[in-house]
Ligand binder design. Sequence first.
Ligand code: PLP
Length: 352
Amino acid sequence: MGSNFQIHKLVRENIRTLVPYASARDEFSGPASVFLDANENPHNPPLNRYPDPRQTELKQRIALLKEQLPGNLFLGNGSDEAIDLLFRVLCDPGRDNVITVDPTYGMYSVCAGVNDVTCRSVVLNEDFSLDTRRVLDAVDDRTKMIFLCSPNNPTSNSLEQDAILELIGQAPGMVVVDEAYIDFSREESLLSLVPEKKNLVVLQTFSKARGLAGIRLGMAFAHPELIGYLTAIKYPYNVNTLTIREAMRSLGPENESRFWVEGILKEREKLSGRLVKLGFVEKVYPSDANFLLVKMDRPGEVYAYLMDRGIIVRDRSSVPLCDGCLRITVGTERENIQLLETLELYEQTTEK
Ligand SMILES: Cc1ncc(COP(=O)(O)O)c(C=O)c1O
């Protein structure tokens, strides 16, 4: 979609005309030392104060790192918040629809359900690639979003960039590309396209490569007009002070995320190589993420066997195209060895 794409035409009428909540601190931007506007407790600094509702400093840091403008960035309570707010900005309950390309991350359809929006499921090709024709065939004039997850959860592959670009070029609504696992991928992020593609939203998160799932911080990069709507309807203090503090720390010079990613990638290769040698394992799919999709005989039995021994993996065997599959996150070297030893024991017991 080119520059004549009009975001406001996709936005719900009630959101277009909404007057957002404004605090006194939204309205001022100078040096102040006496805060008597928000009924806070004057004791116990700094946590006695409400956080910056605009997250100005953190946004500047992230924008710099990602080579984006702060105006292209929304920060939320995990990318899950951004997903939900996208529905609330764009989709009229009971009327509009979105498209998911399945199997994929479950929150897109859950958020659709919560918001009373129809979710049209288009299944990936057998090799987990994207069939753009089938996706476009599912589109109609009430389709507000197409969700693409790349690398995809749970299939662990990246979607082909040409196919994504084709959808961005042809979709009448927003194309939301969830890049939660991009740091583990061989593919480039689509972030650099955000300034030129008005109907592209890229989601990223602090939960994976940055090792901060506990602080709940997600990012949506999009055109400033859409970011403006998301910001207008969010809870005023949706990102808390402790989250902002930890996120700033993780963006500092001492952050270890690059080393973690390198280590996880090495472990992914090792784990994949050993899993495939197990007699009951049929296939380990190539992964661009920090998890492996593993096809095997009797996945339910293996899942229960691991669970009984305190090892939790995800049973995906009932989702489309994932017959026989468990999804296994790459852990530390020690955790991976523990997993493999337990699976080898399982193999020995079943051989008898
Ligand atoms: C594809 C994908 N997107 C988003 C998320 C959630 O991200 P966050 O922790 O930022 O809400 C996950 C979590 O597993 C995921 O797999």
